[in-house]
Design a protein around this ligand. Structure first.
Ligand SMILES: [Zn+2]
Length: 124
């Protein structure tokens, strides 16, 4: 059988611990209500108010208990996020890495797998 080696690819990552941690979570102005009035909320104000992030959203599932312990990290589901991926969507555990792939796609990766798969790029 012919042998191939996977090409080394530099990826961008950020680690997610809680809502608002992704660097692109507050990059747009959104409409919202305050004191019964709808107005525009710019990114910095949305971040200061700790609104739900745009990239990693709240994990909400009407068929799943938010107080259940996650089978991967054992933290309660209330502390998890949700990210849209090319495969439809994925739960994000606190401590997961969010990887930006070669086509700009975003997906989560567990810390142990991330450390076994990637080395840091020397920025110098
Ligand atoms: Zn988890």
């Amino acid at each position: 059988m012919a042998q191939f080696r996977k090409k080394p690819v530099v990826i961008e990552v950020s680690r997610w611990f809680k809502n608002g941690d992704h660097p692109l979570d507050y990059s747009e102005t959104h409409d919202g209500f305050e004191n019964g009035e709808m107005r525009r909320f710019p990114p910095e104000e949305r971040k200061a108010k700790e609104w739900e992030g745009d990239i990693v959203r709240y994990y909400r599932n009407p068929d799943d208990s938010g107080t259940r312990a996650c089978q991967h990290c054992t933290k309660t589901m209330h502390h998890h996020g949700w990210i849209d991926t090319l495969e439809g969507g994925h739960i994000v555990c606190p401590d997961d890495w969010i990887i930006k792939g070669v086509k700009g796609e975003l997906y989560p990766c567990r810390d142990d797998i991330f450390r076994a798969t990637y080395d840091p790029v020397d920025a110098s």
